[in-house]
Design a protein around this ligand. Structure first.
Ligand SMILES: *[C@@H]1O[C@H](CO)[C@@H](O)[C@H](O)[C@H]1NC(C)=O
Ligand SMILES: *[C@@H]1O[C@H](CO)[C@@H](O)[C@H](O)[C@H]1NC(C)=O
Ligand SMILES: *[C@@H]1O[C@H](CO)[C@@H](O)[C@H](O)[C@H]1NC(C)=O
Ligand SMILES: *[C@@H]1O[C@H](CO)[C@@H](O)[C@H](O)[C@H]1NC(C)=O
Ligand SMILES: *[C@@H]1O[C@H](CO)[C@@H](O)[C@H](O)[C@H]1NC(C)=O
Length: 776
């Protein structure tokens, strides 16, 4: 079994290549030229064996080293190779590239916090208030594929009651395994597979106590994202603690779902510390999903350390999917609020940020001085009605804990039971999981706890089902409570039990955890594309995972609330599925364009959407704004792009061999000229003109007028400024010229971005594109 090799990149420099680390095998992904003629699948696999045999000693070794033959969407394989074998392979004629898979790079995009309540219709209000669902037949002809931690098939959200037979075009399978039989698939869950060879090559055989060797979800995340995208309607769902009750429904409630389990529990780590997904496993899943016939892929997986497209398994897999016109939605990541933290930035992906919904779970704190301070939670436990002694965690740590380094964090093992017993403890966010802090207060004998936001978290509250009475407060309130504790001789407090409040204002607002632009990999592409609900989202859950995912939490729930861009991604995947159902011939770029150009900028108070600190949010947080599926179904114009356009984009980024059958032209169009529905110009020196093409998908005869809101310090000219269309499908080109005004440099700093918009309007449709510009 191969062990992780830490310093493999330095191997070739070692004087003694016999050193154990250099003969250690690693997983490599090998791309080959496209087959010159049509080949049967077994023939393709034989070819892949023969490549391996040419670098391995025995045929047996060649066979056992092959993890995956990629046969459907591209010609290549994943195999265990030594570095020498890899370099031998890379010299062969038909071999396009050989790259080492980077283990542990990818994980699911949830923030690490979990709670539960019933599902509410309001979560996706703009999906439901009109006839969009009706027009899209609730997505019944669309298959959404989900790459995640598997599924809990018994959830009522996946019942197939009343559903029509599986479409004949479906070629997927129901792969059985541990605690997963053929009867776990049905007319709703029409496909289920799992991919673990890359994981096992790294960690050894799966510990089947930790996770199921099958598509079954032992984590909860996959069940949650799957039901958000396409779970059926389940009336009268109610939660532990009974916080909310109502009808649970995915965005496309009659869509068919295909599960591709690619993320697995990490041995030795607690479930709340996450999971891992290997790129060779994800590539194999996408390869199968393409052949199975999915229409939309929802991938709530990413990396904290974005790699160039040529080394990014999700970007590559997504590109193969785009070639077959499959829409791919991915989460932007949870590394905000710092800038340049996005993952999944490839221009063929829909990159989704996360924002709040208009619902909160109020649980105020009452201080001994009668001050009532707003808090939120979905913790079902409640306190006996009286005041309790209140302490700040940093004052009650164990004597051996250096409290300045972890001041107030309530990290595991840090609190002194002697000093905590019978008290309410104030803990601050920062390190560790939110639910873990509650676990620590409970371990130390506290009766309740207050979770205070750090300034970076601002006013945003991600609620949790803590293991003891609790509430969470924003950063200003956290400071007030700390000041009260500091200034009071015997501080006391009481925490009210939570109640659900709807129509909270302002909403939506951006989640502070949502990763921000600009894109590190392609600053010429404005990312994220869009935002959707990702804060405190209710959906189905695995019944072998507690709502906090903590080992000592024995509670079992059918529905749970969690937060993350993982939760917003399937909302957009669902919207894409509905648009696909209405417009089956639209390309994935057209569907993305429709979503992007129709997105909204205002909250429910009629003001610009804000961030968690209350400041107006910008396109590096929300892309073009909050998704509006109903408007997206009738966008008027779309910015279309083909698979070839993306290859040309890659050519001009210096990536020339991602599709070996494509030859880069000598002078490919610049990256700015990819026909994207938004515009980013980093380091503008003077003036730049870019070209765009819009396709009329609205009325047959229509006239559109351009309007511009230029970024501060720049002038923007759209030319021509009027476009007339005579038929549906007609295309018109125009240019956008952006010019730095002479006084700009004094207004905005170097590397600082200014934002604006350009919009085409025919009186019915507003086709709005965001832009971001910085100075050289
Ligand atoms: C598998 O995981 C369980 C639960 O964490 C653990 O108790 C057990 O020791 C593990 N088995 C192996 C072989 O590592
Ligand atoms: C909803 O569920 C609750 C408890 O689970 C039950 O008391 C109530 O009758 C149900 N209501 C409907 C309309 O089914
Ligand atoms: C550390 O703890 C001691 C008492 O345990 C307390 O007096 C001190 O204020 C704490 N320091 C910080 C930075 O909170
Ligand atoms: C606590 O109170 C003292 C004096 O009343 C003050 O100097 C100090 O800054 C306060 N600390 C905090 C954290 O508010
Ligand atoms: C901007 O363009 C001018 C003229 O083309 C050139 O001289 C100058 O070096 C450029 N500045 C930067 C920062 O690239």
């Amino acid at each position: 079994m191969a062990l992780p090799m830490k310093n493999s990149v330095f191997c070739l420099l070692l004087l003694l290549p016999i050193l154990a680390s250099c003969v250690e095998k690693q997983v490599y992904i090998v791309y080959l030229r496209e087959h010159s003629e049509e080949k049967a699948l077994h023939e393709i696999e034989e070819t892949h064996h023969s490549y391996l045999f040419s670098v391995k000693k025995t045929e047996e070794e060649a066979r056992s080293s092959l993890l995956y033959s990629y046969k459907h969407s591209f010609n290549g394989f994943a195999a265990l190779l030594t570095q020498q074998e890899a370099s031998k392979l890379s010299e062969m004629d038909e071999v396009v590239s050989v790259s080492r898979s980077n283990p542990k790079k990818y994980s699911l995009h949830t923030t690490r916090s979990w709670e539960f309540v019933g599902l509410e219709e309001d979560t996706q209000n703009n999906l439901k208030k009109d006839d969009l669902l009706l027009k899209a037949k609730y997505g019944k002809d669309v298959v959404i594929g989900i790459l995640d931690s598997g599924v809990w098939p018994e959830s009522k959200s996946f019942s197939d009651e009343g559903m029509e037979p599986i479409p004949e075009s479906w070629k997927g399978i129901c792969q059985t395994g541990q605690a997963f039989t053929l009867s776990n698939c049905n007319k709703k869950l029409i496909g289920a597979r799992y991919y673990i060879k890359g994981y096992e090559a790294y960690y050894g055989p799966l510990n089947t106590t930790l996770d199921c060797l099958s598509p079954r979800d032992k984590d909860g995340h996959g069940t949650h994202t799957t039901s958000t995208a396409g779970g059926g309607r389940v009336p009268n769902v109610s939660a532990l603690g009974g916080f909310a009750s109502g009808t649970a429904s995915g965005g496309a409630p009659l869509a068919r779902l295909a599960i591709y389990k690619v993320c697995w529990a990490i041995p030795g780590a607690g479930k709340e510390d996450g999971n891992t997904c290997f790129e060779e496993d994800m590539l194999a899943a996408i390869d199968d999903a393409i052949a199975d016939g999915v229409h939309v892929l929802s991938i709530s997986i990413g990396t904290k350390d974005p790699a160039a497209y040529a080394d990014d398994g999700i970007a590559q897999g997504a590109l193969h999917a785009i070639k077959k016109n499959i829409v791919v939605a991915c989460s932007a990541g949870n590394e905000g609020p710092a800038p340049s933290t996005l993952s999944n930035t490839a221009p063929w992906i829909i990159t989704v940020g996360a924002s709040s919904v208009d619902r909160k779970f109020t649980a105020p704190v009452v201080l001994g001085n009668d001050r009532e301070i707003e808090g939120q939670t979905v913790t079902p436990e409640k306190l006996e009605r009286k005041l309790y002694p209140l302490v700040y965690a940093a004052q009650v740590v164990n004597p051996d804990v250096p409290n300045d380094s972890i001041a107030g964090q309530c990290l595991p093992g840090s609190l002194s039971p002697e000093k905590v017993k019978g008290k309410i403890v104030m803990c601050l966010r920062g390190k560790g999981t939110r639910v873990g802090k509650g676990g620590e207060v409970k371990r130390a004998g506290g009766v309740g706890f207050i979770l205070g936001n750090s300034p970076a978290n601002g006013a945003e509250i991600a609620v949790d089902a803590h293991v003891l009475p609790a509430t969470a407060v924003n950063s200003n309130n956290a400071i007030e409570i700390l000041q009260y504790i500091n200034a009071t001789k015997n501080p006391t407090a009481y925490i009210h039990r939570a109640s659900t409040v709807l129509h909270d204002k302002p909403a939506p607002s951006m989640a502070s955890f949502s990763s921000r632009g600009p894109s590190v990999i392609s600053p010429e592409i404005l990312k994220p594309d869009i935002t959707a609900p990702g804060l405190n989202i209710l959906a189905a859950w695995s019944e072998v995972s507690s709502p906090t995912k903590m080992e000592n939490d024995q509670r079992v729930v059918k529905y749970n609330i969690i937060s993350g861009t993982s939760m917003s991604c399937p909302h957009v995947a669902a919207a894409a599925a509905l648009i696909k159902a209405i417009h089956p011939s639209w390309s994935s770029a057209a569907i993305r364009s429709a979503l992007v150009t129709s997105a909204g900028l205002t909250n429910n108070m009629g003001m610009r959407i804000t961030d968690a600190s209350g400041k107006p949010a910008d396109p590096f947080q929300f892309g073009s704004g909050h998704f509006r599926p109903t408007k997206a179904a009738d966008p008027g114009l779309v910015y279309d792009a083909s698979y070839t356009d993306y290859l040309l984009f890659l050519c001009s980024s210096g990536i020339r061999n991602i599709d070996p059958s494509f030859e880069c032209p000598k002078y490919p169009p610049t990256q700015h000229n990819l026909n994207y529905p938004s515009l980013a110009i980093p380091k503008l020196n003077g003036t730049m003109t870019v070209e765009r093409t819009v396709t009329n998908v609205g009325g047959s005869k229509s006239v559109y007028f351009a309007s511009v809101k230029p970024p501060l310090g720049f002038s923007v000219k759209v030319s021509p400024s009027i476009l007339s269309f005579n038929h549906v499908g007609e295309k018109k080109k125009f240019t956008i010229t952006v010019k730095a005004q002479s006084e700009t440099a004094s207004k905005i700093g170097k590397d600082e971005y200014a934002f604006g918009w350009y919009t085409w309007t025919d009186g019915i449709h507003n086709v709005r594109s965001p832009m971001a510009v910085s100075l050289a």
